[in-house]
Design a protein around this ligand. Sequence first.
Ligand SMILES: [Zn+2]
Length: 166
Amino acid sequence: MKIDTPAPNFFTSVKLENSLDPTPLKQLRAWFDDCNSGHEKCSALQKDVVLPTRVLDLGAMPETNVLNDRMHEWQDLFLQSECKLVETTTGQLGKYATLSYCWGTGLPFMTTKETLSTRKTGIGFQSLPKTLQDAAMVARYLGLQYIWIDCLAIGMDLNLRFWCIY
Ligand SMILES: [Zn+2]
């Protein structure tokens, strides 16, 4: 089986049989809610902030209450859903998660000039690499509409071989 994430090289003692398993996510959501409702300092961090220029919009993915009602169908619900890359307007406010990770030796699932317009139309959950699927799923279950992912938000020009944000 092809492994498209370098994480197992670093976390050899942690093994999740299925990352679409809702049990650990429900615990995470409970901690997140405790922070928001019971901790003064944590809840102060929950205000809307100015969104980055490009974020992944998870708004079309199943919401927390839907997932809670249909726990045994989580996998299908996510696999049938899609998200899209959005370019925010200046000063647009919202809540978002971030994912910056080691891309390993292969090329990441990045945005280029060629892929930008299709990514803005929609990205099937199934076509995301596993690491990005997991991140999007966690963010969505925590009730966040947006996630910023470095390889998706930063454009890379393969011909010029340098990083650029365009
Ligand atoms: Zn807290």
